[in-house]
Each structure stands twice: as C-alpha cells, then as structure tokens.
Design a protein around this ligand. Structure first.
Ligand code: CAA
Ligand code: NAD
Length: 290
C-alpha cells in the first residue's frame, strides 16, 4: 500500500502502529480525542525513538526521518487523503462506532477502513462504516514495533481485494500475517485472555501470590512475561473489555470475568498505564502488590 495511513486513537497501540508505519517509510496522520492529546502522543514517540538511539539500536537520521513522517491532527478532515484508516481507540463498541461514522464521512472512495479491535465482531462494526466491503480487522500485537504478528480478520462483507491489500500492507511492515475468521477473540486473544483471566482467579483464590504466578509461567512455560505482568502491560481495562466481549458473544461461562479483575478496574488500577495494577510501577523496579 502506498500513500498516507491515518491512525485514530493514540494510546499505546496507536502510537506503536504510527511509529512502525513511519519507520517503514509511510506518512502517518495521528489522531486522538483532540489535537493536544495527539501532539502529546507524538512527543512520546519521539522520546521512545530517542531511547532506541541512546541504546545504539537506531541511527539518529532514521529516528528523525520516522518522526518527520508523523503528523498529529485534531479533526477528521485531513484523513480524506489516507489510503488506509486504522482505528486503535478504546475497546468499546460505542467509541468505535462514533469514530467509524465520523471517519466514514471523509473516507476516500478507494480507501480501506480497519479496526485494531482485540475482540469486537468485525462484521457488526462494518455496518458503522460507509462501505462494509472496504472494512476489515487489522489486529496488531503489543509492543507493535517488536511483535512479529498481525491478525487480519475479514468480516462477512469484506471483499477479497480489501483482504489482499490489507495483508500486503501488514507484510510491508515486516510482519507475518495470520488470517482469522470473524469469531470472538479471533485466534490469539481467544487463547490468551482465558489464560490471563484464569491467572486472576488463581490469585483471587490465594493459590499463590502475584510473583509466584508470574514466575511459574515464565519459568514453567518459558513465556517472556507472566500472565499478571502481561495483563498490566495490555491494560486491565482492555483485558476486562475483551473477556466481557467473549462472555457476551458466546454466552459461555468459561469466559466469565474474574471478580478480582473487575475490582481492580473499578479501583482505577489499570496496570502500567496508571502506575498500578498487579504491580506498583512507581518504584524503580515493579513491586507485586499481593
Ligand atoms: N521500537 C523498536 N524496538 C523496540 C522498542 C520500540 N518501541 N522497544 C523495545 N524495542 C526493542 C529493544 O531495542 C530490544 O531490541 P534487541 O533485542 O535488538 O536488543 C527488544 O525490542 C527487546 O526490548 P527490551 O530488551 O527492552 O525488552 P525485553 O527483552 O524485556 O522484552 C517484551 C520486552 C518484548 C515486551 C517481552 O517482555 C515480551 O515479548 N512480552 C510479551 C509481549 C506479549 O505477549 N505481547 C502480546 C500482548 S497481547 C496483544 O497484544 C493482543 C491484544 O489484543 C491484547
Ligand atoms: P489505550 O487506553 O492505551 O489508548 C486508547 C486511546 O484511544 C486513548 O489515547 C484515548 O484517548 C483514545 N480515544 C478514546 N476515545 C477516542 C475517540 N472518540 N477518538 C479518538 N481517540 C479516542 O488503549 P490501547 O491499549 O492502545 O488499545 C487500543 C485498541 O487496541 C483497543 O481496541 C484494544 O483492544 C486494542 N489492542 C490493545 C492491545 C494491548 O495490548 N493494549 C493489543 C492489541 C490491540
């Protein structure tokens, strides 16, 4: 895919997507709820690129070139020039619906609209866009610049041309593609989220503490992060939103959210992004809270 890519939602995923797309030579328009938030997100990307330069992982010129390709925006109008619009906002259907409706008003006649949703059905969300044939799921993994996978999820109405163009875009970012049917949680989250949720049940039942649950999975399964560290990394609000979508769409009780996960979200302890989740991130090294 050539041309500009617009990214809507400049949280951890949107910034990772913007950085990765820019590092692969494409222009990026980055939007959030307002211009100031989008500008703050670009400043965050600049800081992240600076760290990579400092650690000798990236040349100064390459960091500058990537940054120059990202433009923060405060409204939808500039997206009329985008060949692809990627929605990466909060995992709530009503939020995404309002974005697809607004972005749909400026979507170019041959552009593709994609959602980075972790779990919300693509076929249903396609109806909020002007052309369901050009709507698709494009599911990146966190942290986007380093993870090697993108799931591509065509909805029922998605055209083969849209799927092929989207796969080619994902591959142009140096990622490998897994094609998934539009089923709840797609492939990876359908497997991952029950594991994270179960780890929280294990914690809630005091079978072991946070450090031991994570240590068990790191050393016993060779996972790079334990499930509770990973939940904090993903965001506990996002984990709860995903498991709730799985539960509501399948009505299968194996996806019922762990009560402790609900409590943490109600307390505003959302993980790394708020400084506290299962670990306290205000200390120099994260400290388990139980
Ligand atoms: N841009 C580019 N490169 C970056 C980067 C960035 N923003 N941040 C880090 N890197 C590079 C580092 O330079 C380093 O490179 P080298 O290997 O060449 O040295 C490499 O990435 C690893 O970085 P670190 O040494 O800082 O970190 P680490 O070794 O502790 O690994 C981790 C960190 C990659 C996050 C690892 O802990 C991990 O893989 N965790 C699991 C992540 C995971 O499971 N993600 C999926 C979450 S689920 C999801 O995404 C789906 C959903 O819908 C919820
Ligand atoms: P986040 O909380 O870090 O960021 C969400 C961003 O969306 C925030 O910056 C927020 O201001 C913005 N936003 C909210 N409403 C908006 C609106 N109406 N218009 C524009 N921006 C709006 O969340 P995240 O972790 O980046 O997740 C974003 C999406 O990516 C979700 O759908 C999530 O399920 C999915 N996802 C998350 C992960 C993960 O590990 N966190 C991985 C893959 C996919």
């Amino acid at each position: 895919m050539t041309g500009t890519v617009a990214v809507i939602g400049a949280g951890q995923m949107g910034t990772g997507i913007a950085q990765t797309v820019a590092q692969h030579g494409m222009n990026v328009l980055l939007a959030d709820i307002d211009l100031a938030t989008a500008e703050k997100a670009v400043a965050g990307i600049e800081k992240g690129l600076g760290k990579l330069v400092g650690r000798g992982k990236l040349e100064v010129a390459d960091a500058e070139a990537a940054l120059a390709k990202i433009t923060p925006i405060g409204d939808y109008a500039p997206m009329k020039d985008a060949a692809l619009i990627i929605e990466a906002a909060t995992e709530r259907e009503e939020v995404k619906k309002s974005i697809f409706e607004a972005a749909g008003k400026v979507l170019a006649s041959d552009a593709i609209m994609a959602s980075n949703t972790s779990s919300i059905p693509i076929t249903r969300m396609a109806n909020y866009s002007p052309d369901p044939e050009r709507f698709i799921g494009l599911h990146f993994f966190n942290p986007v610049p380093i993870m090697g996978l993108i799931e591509v999820i065509p909805g029922l109405a998605t055209s083969d041309e849209t799927t092929e163009r989207t796969k080619a875009f994902a591959e142009a970012l140096g990622k490998q593609v897994v094609l998934s049917q539009d089923e709840p949680g797609f492939v990876v989250n359908r497997i991952l989220l029950p594991m994270i949720n179960e780890a929280i049940f294990v914690l809630g039942q005091s079978t072991a503490g946070i450090a031991d649950i994570d240590k068990g999975c790191r050393l016993g399964l060779n996972h790079p992060m334990g499930p509770l560290e990973l939940a904090d990394f993903v965001g506990l609000d996002t984990c709860l939103d995903i498991i709730r979508v799985l539960y509501k769409t399948t009505r299968d009780t194996k996806y019922r959210p762990a009560p402790l996960l609900v409590k943490y979200v109600e307390a505003g302890w959302l993980g790394r992004k708020t400084g506290r989740g299962f670990y306290d991130y205000t200390a120099e090294t994260p400290v388990p809270t139980r």
